[in-house]
Design a binder for this molecule. Sequence first.
Ligand SMILES: [Zn+2]
Ligand SMILES: [Zn+2]
Length: 464
Amino acid sequence: MTDKRPDYEDDVKDITGAFGGAVDDIKRELERMPLDRRGANAATKKVGAIIKSLTGKAGNWVDRVIPKAAKEGISRALGALGIGKKKAEPPVSRANSGMISAASEDTYADLLAVTKNIDRRTKAAIRRAVADTMRANIEAGINGRRTINADTAAKIRAELGASADNAIIDAAGRRWKVETYVDMVTRTKLMQATNDATINEALGRGVLYGVISRHGATDACAKWEGRTVKLVRDAPGSYPFIGDLPRREIFHPNCRHTISPIRNPLPEELESPFRAGSNGGDSNGEDYPDIPITTHNRVHGLADSTDKIIRNGEEQLRPLDYERGIIYDSKGNKLWEQSGEQRRLNIKEVADRGLLKDNIITHNHPDGFSFSRADLGVLVNYGVKEMRATSGPYLHRVSLGNSKVTLNEILSSYSELESYLDPLLRTEVKSGRIGIREGSTIFYHEIVKRLAVQYNLNYTRERL
Ligand SMILES: [Zn+2]
Ligand SMILES: [Zn+2]
């Protein structure tokens, strides 16, 4: 599972196409210019006009595309935080409109430097070609010929043609082809504007952390994928500050990683790589091996007598190869019982009848895994007292306790953890250290465990 990246391909193609086209036009002018003063004057004028039109295009492009990249960043922040509806035009905060002007000026200055560079180098090359031709003519005259020889003329024209092509030398002294350079500069600036807008939007809403996107990078960025960072240096916790990350490794030129704001980041100790038996469990990820049932009941605030009734019901559910659910009130009275399809139950009907609030719902998971995203969504959304799932050799139980988690938070964090743990699970399975079934059992258990720590939920799993 990977994150969706912002797509600026068409916009980048637009601007590199404009620069590439201008370079071609200039080359064509140079190819056909007569190598004399009049020819030089005419060609210089034409090059000037091409550059002027290119500069205009660059200005329009910046005005159109930088705000668009910023809005993409704002929408991403709102999406990640589960705020507002999907709108075409997100509101732009004052911090972001300031950022948009600065980024636009900056990008325009970079592009202007390229056009000026092409202009200066081409015009210098034209002057040099004319001077070289004149000198060659004088030498030809001295040698009694009327015109310079073809080799000399070809050499002068070749130099002239190359002048438009290799126009850019960057601060490190590297030579760039114009289109390659413009591609790199604009791509980098667009990603920067996107990420800056995301960060500004997050900070404007009091969100101090972000998670770096995942695309399965193979360069130096790989080690930062999925990592939590602070968006301001003095935010609590020992996560690295985004401004301190080494630019050679992440958010480098052409980097396409984004940042996804998160209100309650994962505790650092749980960010560790996912392994079979990690985080204190045994090889099955067992966490509460020898704790008596009464203790489990105390954790979830359930009377032992009610629990006993529910366990009897669960004995009937456990062997089924389809899902079946039962709802009990806190006294152990059965309020509802129904079978679902193989993997899910229809919860809407019971929710509409008000049977979920403050009651206990139990069901079986024929696939043997811990709670699904939908299960936790039901728990939070309907104020269920306790959600239980019996699957394979386990009984999973989760209750809200004093948690203030919202539906949006639990759903987006669940997805977040799924995509964080998924590549780790794949690596483990591929290595042959665990089987896919064992891996998946640990996978869902790890997700729920981490959510429980993150949002202060009560989660227990016991081996029956
Ligand atoms: Zn990257
Ligand atoms: Zn379920």
